[in-house]
Every structure is written in C-alpha cells, then in structure tokens.
Design a protein around this ligand. Structure first.
Ligand code: ADP
Ligand code: MG
Length: 481
C-alpha cells in the first residue's frame, strides 16, 4: 500500500537584538561562560521581567513578512518545568494568545533540472509566538556544567500546519524561511550558533486518506541537511513498522545526523505537563494599526517576489535570478549595476560568474570587494560599445578585482582598446593571407571555415585587440577581390 508522509515543523529562531527578552543584559554568542547574566536572568529573588520592545517589533515584522494576522492583544504565560537550564523553574512563553496567527511560507520544490524553476507551494502556518531561550548544559563523565549566556535570549517559535509531504519539502521550507528571516534582519539564522533550531513532527497515512496518523517528534536536528535526512529516515522507519504489522507509538525520538540512526527519548505517557498559566508579572501586549504600519514600512520585498520581478523586468534566466536573490545584498548590488549600464543581462552574468567566482577563491565577502557596481557597469559598457572584446574584458575583470581600478582607466592605461584602425587592420589582413596560402585557396574553393586560420593570425598580431567584426569584414572583402 502506498503511503503519504505528513510533516509539521516547529522552528525556533533567535531574534537579533542587543539585549535579552526580559532583562537589560546583552544577548550574544561566543562570550566566556556565564558572563551574559544578571539578577533577572539568574532569577534572583525579587526581580521583575521587563519586555524588550525590539524583540516584539521583530516578531511582528516576521509575521507581516509571512502574511500572518498580528493579534490585537497577546499575552505571556509561564511554562513550568524543573530542569537546571532554567533558573526560574519556568520559561516565559505564549500559550493560548500568541502574537501571530496563520500566515504561510512560500517554498520552491526541486525542479526537473537545476536550470528549471521548480513548483512553488504555500505552506500554511499555525502560529508564531515569542518566548525566552534557556541556558545550555554540557554533560561530562563526572559532572554537568551550565552556561546561562543564552538564557533569556529572545526566541520565536514558528509552527507550521501538518502540511509538508516529504523531506524535500521540509528542506525547501527551512531554506525559504531562513532566507526571509535574514532578508528582514530578524535573525542571522546561523544553525551552528543555534540561531535556528528545528523539531520535526512526522506521521504517515495511506495515500488518499485525510485522517492524520500518529506523529513522532524528532529532536536535535541541527542542520538543514540533518532535518532532511532525519525525516527521510523516520518515514522509512514508520513504513517498516506498519508493514511489519506493528503500530506507531506517539513518542519523541532523537536523530543522530552522524550515524543516521534514531532512538526513543520519551513516550506520550512521559510527556511533560507544563501547567501553563498567565505570567502575573507581565502585562498583555496590544498591537494597534499605527504600530503595525510603522513596522511594515521598512520591510524588504520578499525573495521569491524579487525573483519573479527580476525574471520579468530584466528578462534574466532563472538560474541567474536564483543565485542573485539568495542574498539580499547581492541582489541590491546587481540592481545598482544594472541601473548604471542599462544592460541587466550582461551585468547579471559578470556578477554571478566572474565576481562570485573570484570572491569565493579569495575568501572575500561582497562587502569587502573592491569591485563595486560602477566597475561592473563600466566594464559592460566597454564591451557593449565595442571598445574592448569580451576576451580582453575577462583580463580587465581579473585586474580590477585585484586593484579596484576603474575599468575605463585600466583599459586606457594599458592600451587595451580594440583596434578599429582600418589601415592597421588592412596590413594585418594582407599578412594573414600571405602567411596562409592554403587557407586562402580552401576558402576560395568554398570552405568558409578556412577563414578562421587567417582571423586567428590577425587576432594574434593585434594581441587580441582587433575588432572581430571589422576583421571579418576586411578579410572577406580582400578574399573576394
Ligand atoms: P503538540 O500538542 O504535541 O505540541 P501540536 O498540535 O501543537 O502538537 O503540533 C505540533 C506540531 O506537530 C505542528 O507543527 C503540527 O503541524 C505538527 N503535527 C501535529 N499533528 C501531526 C501529525 N499527525 N503528523 C505530522 N505532524 C503533526
Ligand atoms: Mg504544541
């Protein structure tokens, strides 16, 4: 019997703020252990939490970008549990009145080949809520250590509906979500730093059925590829259980990306009872139209919207747009260059081929690059205007990448301008014919390709600077004569 997989993702995204969610102390990564703490984070007696407005702003912005309804009123709840990663013995979160409801993530599935756009889908969201992160435990052989630097960092949880149907879709969902968050400046989503973490809920059901099967929750998926592999593995495991006559039990499993195996962490009977109740120390938050409008104004165009615009407005091929829009700075850079030279396709080619190649090989970021949009535009104009050939332009690119010199100045200084001096070209043409009598004879006998040897000769004589169109014209005229 064929099965359909059903997946819902719960994604935690650390919000990029200066300070923690309910305390003044700085939020940060990579500091010495337990230096980013204060009495509020450590829950010393008598302290009170105070909301970080920047974090609330950013969650609202995330919600607006994802088409969520922003709740007119949301509130804070205590999620109670006893574990040393939280000194308060509860985590401040949002239970029944989260800040964002509904919305969706637009995803692109893999296409039939890399050059062809894949199918797009909108994956509906259930909610987004705001909470505080907890501390980090590291377990040794004889002891366990706690670092509270991460405790209290603003965290949003983005919950999808059970509407993804395979590991590829989950992969596409996370990739798209991450890009939107980075575009909006909400988070850097660096998974190695724990800024984006994902739990995957997986079930299977007979194809065609609309009833949900029993779900298994996968924890500790700490890279997007592990999410894909873990889900793939879990779908296969569930099918094997069913086909073996067993039933799926609701449980939480731990997937090990290194070994590719999973093991049960806890079953439904052992599930936590968090005894949620409203936090009496914090007021509900009212979000009015003015506040939303202020936050909406600076939001960027979404990546897929930008990609569609690039394909329509600039007539760029899909592959180039896919590279450009992956990175907001790169797409802005491209638009600046395209505006300056009015040749978007040529600018797109230089940027996605030559510039990205040289940035990668010299380990530079776009911001470090000496080649600015004006350099790209200048180079495009030199080629389009016939001043230099595309071969010479490649050399100019390499040099201006290294030095930052403007291409016009570089071409002038090194005398690289294409030769359109017809006297010189005539002489070279005569020399080319004299040096290649066999090619002349072959050409006259009707072999058109025989002209290439003479063209090559002329290009060599001119050190690549002869204008190819003129070379062709002059040679043909002489050969016909
Ligand atoms: P819980 O109460 O166990 O936290 P929720 O209903 O809040 O479960 O859902 C948590 C996540 O699990 C959501 O992303 C949801 O889409 C997903 N989910 C719920 N039921 C299923 C299912 N049967 N199969 C796959 N995913 C599911
Ligand atoms: Mg839940």
């Amino acid at each position: 019997m064929p099965y359909e997989a059903v997946i819902g993702l719960e994604v935690h995204v650390q919000i990029k703020t200066c300070s923690k969610m309910f305390a003044r102390v700085a939020a940060g990564y990579g500091q010495p252990e337990n230096t980013l703490t204060d009495p509020v984070v450590l829950a010393l007696p008598g302290v009170l939490p105070v909301m970080n407005k920047e974090a609330i702003d950013k969650v609202i912005q995330a919600g607006l970008m994802l088409g969520c309804t922003i709740a007119p009123v949301c509130k804070w709840d205590r999620k109670n549990y006893f574990y040393p990663d939280s000194p308060k013995n509860y985590q401040i979160s949002q239970y029944d009145q989260p800040i964002c409801l509904g919305g969706f993530v637009e995803i692109e599935l893999p296409g039939p080949s890399r050059n062809v756009m894949g199918e797009h889908k909108k994956i509906p969201l259930t909610r987004i809520h705001l909470e505080e992160d907890v501390g980090k435990l590291s377990h040794g052989v004889h002891d366990s250590l706690i670092d509270y630097n991460r405790a209290g960092t603003p965290l949003m949880e983005i919950v999808s509906e059970p509407a993804l149907h395979g590991a590829d879709e989950a992969f596409a969902y996370l990739t798209a979500l991450k890009t939107v968050m980075i575009y909006g400046g909400i988070s850097d989503c660096d998974m190695e730093k724990g800024q984006l973490r994902c739990d995957a809920n997986v079930s299977i059901r007979p194809a065609g059925s609309t009833k949900l099967g029993t779900k298994v929750e996968l924890k500790n998926l700490n890279s997007i590829s592990f999410v894909r592999d873990g889900i793939d593995h879990e779908i296969k495991r569930q099918i094997a259980v069913i086909e073996g006559g067993g039933t799926i039990v609701q449980e939480t499993r731990d997937y090990d990306g290194q070994t590719g195996a999973s093991q049960s962490l806890r079953s439904k009977e052992m599930a936590h009872d968090y005894r949620y109740f409203p936090d009496p120390d914090l007021m509900p938050v009212k979000v009015d139209e003015d506040w939303k409008a202020r936050l909406r104004a600076p939001l960027p165009e979404l990546p897929f919207d930008k990609q569609r615009r690039f394909m329509e407005k600039y007539r760029l091929p899909y592959t180039i747009t896919a590279v450009l829009v992956r990175d907001r700075e790169l797409s802005d850079y491209f638009e600046a260059a395209a505006r300056l030279c009015d040749k978007p396709q040529a600018a797109g080619n230089w940027i996605t081929n030559d510039l990205l190649r040289d940035l990668a090989s010299s380990r530079q970021s776009l911001a470090d690059s000496r080649v600015r949009p004006a350099h790209i535009a200048g180079l495009v104009k030199l080629v389009e205007g016939g001043a230099i050939s595309s071969n010479i332009a490649k050399e100019v690119f390499v040099e201006m990448f290294a030095t930052g010199e403007m291409p016009e100045a570089l071409v002038e200084r090194k005398g690289l301008k294409q030769s359109t001096d017809t006297n010189e070209l005539e002489e070279w043409a005569d020399a080319a014919m004299a040096a290649n009598p066999k090619s002349v004879a072959d050409f006259k006998a009707g072999n058109d390709k025989a002209i290439n040897a003479m063209k090559g000769f002329m290009m060599k004589q001119s050190k690549g600077k002869a204008n190819p169109r003129l070379v062709d014209e002059i040679l043909r005229r002489k050969l016909a004569g």
